[in-house]
Design a protein around this ligand. Structure first.
Ligand code: ADP
Length: 227
């Protein structure tokens, strides 16, 4: 009586056989060939069919699991430890995070966009998936140009919430883009670039609120202004 296990195998069983180790597979194939060549061929064609559908299924899953790209837009004039806190938390949620420095001219601008980008670039060298660039015009247009899935923004206080909600709703209404908010750590709840510029202009100690490279640039900027 020929002993052909695979000729009767259902698809689930055959899929299991595919992954149950080469020793088992070859012993089954030899078994089948020896006793019934047709059954062995039948097994092979079923095996091939099941392997194909197995990989097709997984390809669909792989295609669905695409990476998420977020942009973190802002003035960053200059970047503070509060911004960095949001960046460090953000990269845990997204596969790619682009820090986007707005080039639009704003009042009381201290650093040129290129200088702001340089300071940020120095800070993210050890952060895989994080990059920095500058952009002009509307954030939503830039987001669609860069094929971003999400806009990331930071929240410090309830005062931020009102403005940020308005902005997020407008962006969703005009461009269908979602905004994700990250709350800062308590120690940076009162840190803003405006405050940093003001305190720096008066020579105050900012070492806990900004990174060292920013501190140096600020000292350099205000020293030059005084002379
Ligand atoms: P903008 O002019 O677009 O507000 P900012 O550089 O001031 O640019 O801020 C960029 C983003 O970072 C905003 O979402 C802002 O709320 C957030 N942010 C600024 N400072 C902090 C901070 N200390 N902690 C958390 N988020 C912050």
């Amino acid at each position: 009586m020929p002993h052909v296990k695979m000729g009767t195998a259902g698809s689930a069983q055959a899929s299991t056989l595919l992954w149950s180790g080469s020793a088992q597979k070859s012993s089954l194939a030899v078994d089948g060939c020896r006793s019934e060549p047709h059954a062995a061929l039948d097994f092979l064609s079923r095996w091939q069919y099941n392997a194909r559908s197995f990989f097709a299924e997984r390809k669909v899953i792989l295609m669905k699991k695409r990476s998420i790209r977020a942009i973190f837009p802002g003035s960053f004039d200059p970047i503070t430890n509060g911004h960095l806190d949001v960046i460090n938390r953000g990269i845990k949620l997204f596969d790619e995070l682009i820090i986007a420095v707005g080039r639009s001219p704003v009042k009381n601008q201290l650093f040129k966009p290129q200088e702001r980008v340089e300071m940020i670039a120095e800070l993210i060298t050890d952060m895989p998936g994080v990059s920095v660039e500058s952009f002009d015009g509307l954030t939503v247009e830039y987001a669609s140009e860069r094929r971003a899935d999400v806009i990331l923004r930071g929240l410090r206080s309830l005062t931020d919430v009102q403005y940020e909600f308005q902005l997020a709703m407008t962006n969703r209404a005009v461009a269908g883009v979602e905004t994700v908010f990250i709350m800062t750590s308590e120690q940076y709840g009162f840190t803003s670039s405006t405050l940093i510029r003001e305190v720096a202009s008066l020579g105050g100690d900012l070492s806990n609120l900004i990174p060292e490279n920013v501190h140096m640039r600020l000292r350099d900027r205000f020293m030059r202004k005084q002379h």
